[in-house]
Design a protein around this ligand. Structure first.
Ligand code: HEM
Length: 227
């Protein structure tokens, strides 16, 4: 039988630890009354931040593989995306149930009054088909369309950042208020989007190859034929 470390890579272990520990910490803090004076808002904010962080990490896999040639990252995108979806779902449940007590008319009124919530809703609705079709069986069934569908992540991530930034009080252009964190996410997402451009991708891949040349094992040279 394979041992734990033969079965799971350190990256896999790290992702699962992050995925569950954040939730466990939230639950512990909730029961210990360790969540500020407004615990529902604190939970909403924390789950939102975990969702967006995991989403951005899943977005990072492909460009980072491009730079460092770390192919395992491509296998971990799904897990990161599913954890992002899990936190987004908890975030939405907290909003609908704990925050608004399932008062649908009040929820609809709030959604209509606050455009950043409309953006959040759109982001969540777009995440649903991606999460449900992320499994291999759907990859086979959808064929080429699977890739097309999952390219939507490049729209979803900026929308999630917009939802984050718009919900904060501050001025983006004067860099005032609570906009520093959303701005950091925005810059990271923009960098990853730029790295998707085929020319940039090619340039990064060739740069990587040039950097790695000295580290590659030299191929044994064929012996010169002796007369
Ligand atoms: C139906 C969908 C959604 C609703 C109704 C919703 C609602 C909200 C609300 C009300 C807040 C403000 C909390 C507060 O500061 O009082 C918030 C913040 C936030 N949401 Fe959402 N959201 C939705 C979807 C999403 C999704 C899909 C993501 C990410 C993938 C997300 C990420 C965030 C983040 C990062 C914050 C800011 C957290 C902070 O203040 O530090 N939300 N959301």
């Amino acid at each position: 039988m394979k041992s734990f470390f033969q079965r799971y890579t350190p990256l896999q272990v790290a992702i699962h630890i992050y995925g569950w520990s954040a939730l466990v910490r939230l639950i512990i803090d909730f029961f210990n009354h360790n969540l500020t004076a407004n615990p529902i808002q604190a939970m909403e904010q924390r789950t939102g931040r975990h969702a967006i962080t995991l989403l951005v990490l899943s977005l990072a896999c492909s460009p980072l593989n491009n730079i460092f040639g770390w192919r395992e990252l491509l296998k971990r995108r799904r897990t990161l995306g599913l954890y992002a979806f899990m936190y987004a779902t908890i975030h939405v449940i907290i909003f609908i149930d704990l925050d608004y007590g399932l008062a649908w008319s009040l929820i609809i009124q709030t959604v209509l009054e606050k455009p950043y919530i409309v953006v959040g809703m759109l982001t969540f609705l777009m995440l649903i088909p991606l999460a449900f079709t992320s499994f291999d069986i759907w990859k086979k069934r959808l064929g080429r369309n699977w890739k097309r569908l999952h390219q939507f992540i490049y729209l979803i991530a900026p929308l999630a950042v917009l939802h984050y930034a718009w919900g904060k009080k501050g001025d983006f252009f004067r860099l005032q208020g609570e906009i520093i964190r959303p701005l950091i996410y925005a810059v990271i997402v923009i960098i990853f989007l730029i790295m998707r451009i085929p020319r940039v991708r090619k340039a990064l891949a060739s740069l990587r190859n040039r950097i790695l040349i000295p580290f590659r094992r030299r191929e044994p040279q064929p012996k010169a034929n002796t007369p």
